[in-house]
Design a protein around this ligand. Sequence first.
Ligand code: 5GP
Ligand code: ZN
Length: 126
Amino acid sequence: MSQADCIFCHLPQASIILENDLAVAFWDIHPVSQGHLLVIPRTHRSNFFDLSEEELLAINRLIQAGKTLIDQQYHPDGYNVGANVGLYGGQTVMHCHLHLIPRYRGDDPNPAGGIRKMLPNGQEFA
Ligand code: 5GP
Ligand code: ZN
């Protein structure tokens, strides 16, 4: 299924970095860190919870391959992996995508908490 008004249904072929039968990966156009990769199902699915088990497996394979690629290219010190779901979960492109975000020593003076920091009251940790 392809949706006429969906940017991720109409990615330029040249932007695809990794692919398999059910999923593709490409660099985020506004990376939050060097090597920020997005992994999506080829078929339009609104969000993470609409993925089939086969798509989850295909996406996971590209997340693993993406990590290998990013490790070789950028040598990060950590990662955040995740999906925003729904308007109030922060999702802005309504074609499911997994963020693979490399993290670097010093990119946050107090990295503890990681993605817990998406809400102000999630900032205190341990
Ligand atoms: P969300 O906020 O929905 O979780 O993430 C959407 C992501 O898609 C953002 O990180 C944004 O920078 C990225 N993005 C939006 N439009 C495009 C595009 O046309 N090409 C690419 N490569 N990334 C995009
Ligand atoms: Zn789409």
